[in-house]
Design a protein around this ligand. Structure first.
Ligand SMILES: O=C(O)[C@H](O)[C@@H](O)[C@H](O)[C@H](O)COP(=O)(O)O
Length: 262
């Protein structure tokens, strides 16, 4: 059992946010101790708003200047466009940080928008190489933490069920031009990069996630030839490095053992 992901369930959004903050700060402190940096990848969707809580933003334990923030996926739109994950993170989280907090934030290169999405992905990958290590010295970058969402279809980052990108095992960052969730043009970290992280946290709330969480935790489509969901692939590959932060509505009907505290 110890190799299984943890499924945390909290009665209120407030409790979820406080526990998520504690989990992030724990990962941060361990990372800074290890290499004086905290390298974290963040998704879009409802996740950035979940980070906006005083338990994180005003924590004396937060060392913002050691944070290096990357995007788990990003939409190919200008950085001030409402569809941009950077714009969302800035609006919901970065703009609320205390005065003087200066995390490093690694965005896509806006000057490449309008050109091939492959080039935007390759250039973002070069940024990772700059921060993590040269590609010929490491097979994969090791993020300290991934902060991810889960779509109602089981997608995470811009890795969608049944999509050929799920088989990508060379690139660190890949382009996608036919995302079923708009906008269609995006870049995404690939599955091996996601599962290689030291810690992976999913945040999934609301009854719209009930059905997909039942599939991820209680069904095993890989065993009966059914469609394997990207979030389930992360659970499977990363095991106890994975923690899910959910509310009661999202896990209604899920049989998998739940935990109520970190
Ligand atoms: O840019 C994106 O579209 C996201 O990174 C995507 O992977 C998101 O995290 C999920 O769709 C969950 O979104 P919600 O949390 O809003 O349901």
């Amino acid at each position: 059992m110890s190799k299984q992901p943890s499924l945390y369930v909290f009665p209120t959004k407030e409790e979820l946010q406080k526990n998520l903050a504690a989990y992030i700060l724990r990962a941060q402190t361990a990372a800074i101790k290890r290499h004086q940096k905290f390298r974290v990848a963040v998704s879009g969707g409802s996740l950035p708003a979940m980070l906006n809580h005083p338990a994180l933003i005003h924590s004396p334990a937060a060392h913002w200047n050691a944070w290096e923030i990357f995007f788990a996926d990003e939409r190919c739109v200008p950085l001030d466009h409402p569809d941009s994950n950077y714009y969302l993170l800035k609006k919901e989280f970065l703009s609320h940080l205390p005065h003087g907090a200066k995390p490093t934030v690694v965005t896509i290169d806006e000057s490449l928008l309008g050109g091939p999405v492959q080039e935007i992905a390759d250039t973002y990958e070069q940024q990772l190489v700059k921060y993590f290590a040269a590609r010929d010295t490491v097979k994969l970058p090791i993020f300290d933490l991934m902060l991810l969402g889960c779509g109602p279809d089981g997608h995470t980052c811009s890795l969608f069920p049944g999509h050929e990108l799920l088989r990508e095992d060379v690139a660190w960052v890949a382009p996608i031009e036919d995302s079923p969730k708009p906008p269609p043009k995006r870049i995404t970290l690939t599955l091996p990069v996601v599962t290689h992280a030291l810690k992976i946290a999913f945040v999934a709330t609301g009854e719209g996630k009930q059905e997909v969480l039942r599939k991820i935790f209680d069904e095993h489509p890989e065993l009966d030839g059914g469609e394997v969901l990207p979030c389930a692939l992360v659970n499977q590959a990363a095991g106890d490095k994975v923690a899910w932060f959910c509310d009661e509505a999202a896990v209604k009907g899920v049989q998998y053992p739940k935990k109520s505290s970190l």
